[in-house]
Design a protein around this ligand. Structure first.
Ligand code: NAD
Length: 444
């Protein structure tokens, strides 16, 4: 199959490279000149483990190419995927579909033969219908079949998630039997290796596919918000959230994933997708109280981290040095979008604290997102040096290896707040720390 992938970001680049690896001939269209230059120079603009190898392998095999020229990519393609961003629209929770509709118009103009057009971006219910309308209106002379194929990959684990997914969801226009059959056949071909290994495929209506993506993300976000609430309750009641979540997770009806307490969810998906789903529900006249509560609980939690640090400092933190380890919204990504570290830094700066921060991959982006007394350090050890309070926000593996003795020797003060509960509290206490972990009243 010849595939055009519009958008070479986290999703477009991973999907494009993986479809090439599955055997299709893929052209990724990226309009950001800096990203495109990197891709053409065999560099990967994002941090995603093992993506570089798949890209290199497929570029070398002649199955993967990058261009800014949408027209040439669409010309001769069998399937076009739209994988552009759908951020929150200014002044509300709705998804901003400008890039999706722009891409649809450009695809229509470029089309020279019948095309299957697939939205891979996360889009509100009804977007597929609107994309089909735009395509038909722009080019009444060309036949387009529009499908929805939401993406469920997680940054940091994207390749495995794409090549070994729990399921592949494909929404087709059930009112157009022939078009639906064409779209289904093409998607089975593009995903042939997954079809062959019996990955569950769900061919459903476009609307169901679109809603399934938001519902899945909102459900996971709700799970995180819930366990965070239980973490607060654990701290106040003498329970330990790790133990509580461990007991809960053994129940197969609940499952053990997304039950780790932390500083609140961030990233490029959960915050914007929960907001978009709440907006969709409002518009439909069936407001979702649970999704709205999830958003509110998480916002509160993100803001509360700095207050907690202030309290640990005895209510006065002006001039004190806070070491922050981990800035990205989770490990193994350089993505700083809506990371919890951003409100934490902003609030600490308002209190007058001085920040020494370190993140293995996120600092380049972080630097452009905060202003004030933040020093970005070259190593974790440098960030800790001379600090009064050490706060771990993101659980990068390297941070697990820090030795309590070394940490305490480098710090000026002795207060530690482990917002991911990755360290051995008793070892830190033995080394002289006043140690606090998320979701646990005991400090050792
Ligand atoms: P991103 O911002 O990393 O990438 C989008 C890319 O599309 C950008 O590089 C942009 O320059 C490019 N682009 C926009 N319009 C274009 C056009 N007309 N022609 C060529 N290039 C164009 O975004 P992302 O994280 O890859 O997310 C894309 C979509 O996938 C969103 O809807 C998101 O919600 C969804 N999604 C993201 C993830 C994730 O983990 N990042 C997971 C699942 C789904």
């Amino acid at each position: 199959m010849r595939v055009a992938m519009i958008g070479g970001g986290y999703v477009g680049l991973v999907s494009g490279a993986c479809f090439a690896d599955f055997g299709s001939s893929v052209t990724v269209v990226e309009r950001d000149p800096a990203k495109l230059a990197m891709l053409r120079d065999h560099k990967i603009p994002i941090y995603e483990p093992s993506l570089d190898q798949i890209v290199a392998r497929n570029v070398q095999a002649g199955r993967l190419a990058f261009t800014a020229d949408l027209k040439s990519a669409v010309d001769g393609a069998d399937v076009v995927f739209i994988a552009v961003g759908t951020p929150t629209r200014r002044g509300g929770g709705h998804a901003d579909l400008t890039a999706v509709y722009e891409a649809a118009r450009a695809v229509a103009k470029a089309a020279t033969a019948p095309l299957i057009v697939v939205t891979k971006s996360t889009v509100p219910v009804g977007t597929g219908r609107e994309v089909a309308r735009i395509l038909r209106e722009t080019r009444p002379d060309v036949r387009f079949d529009v499908a929805s194929n939401p993406e469920f990959l997680r940054e940091g684990n994207a390749i495995t998630d794409f090549t070994e997914p729990d399921r592949v969801v494909i929404g087709i226009d059930l009112l157009d039997t022939e078009g639906a059959a064409r779209a289904e056949a093409s998607m089975r071909q593009v995903y042939a290796p997954l079809v062959a290994k019996n990955t569950p495929f769900r061919f459903v209506s476009r609307e169901s596919a679109e809603l399934a993506k938001y519902a899945s993300n909102a459900f996971l976000a709700m799970k995180v918000a819930f366990v965070n609430e239980m973490a607060d309750l654990s701290e106040k009641t003498g329970a330990d959230i790790a133990e509580v979540a461990g007991c809960m997770g053994l129940d197969r009806r609940i499952g053990d994933k997304f039950l780790r307490a932390g500083p609140g969810f961030g990233g490029s998906c959960f915050p914007k997708d929960t907001r978009a789903l709440a907006a969709i529900a409002q518009d439909a006249g069936v407001p979702s109280r649970l999704v709205e509560a999830t958003i509110a609980a998480n916002e509160y939690r993100k803001e509360a981290v700095a207050r907690r640090i202030l309290a640990l400092a005895g209510g006065e933190i002006a001039g004190k040095v806070v070491a922050l380890l981990g800035l990205t919204f989770k490990p193994d990504t350089d993505d700083m979008r809506e990371a919890t570290s951003l409100p934490v830094m902003r609030n600490l700066l308002t209190y007058g604290a001085r920040i020494q921060a370190f993140d293995p991959e996120g600092m380049a982006h972080a630097k452009s997102m905060v202003t004030g007394d933040v020093t970005f350090m070259p190593t974790a050890r440098d960030a800790i040096e001379g600090s009064d309070i050490l706060v771990l926000l993101t659980e990068w593996d390297d941070f697990r290896k820090l030795e309590p003795q070394d940490v305490m020797a480098a710090m000026r003060g002795n207060i530690i707040l482990d917002m991911r509960d990755i360290w051995d509290g008793s070892a830190f206490t033995a080394a002289g720390a006043v140690y606090h972990a998320v979701g646990r009243a005991r400090t050792a």
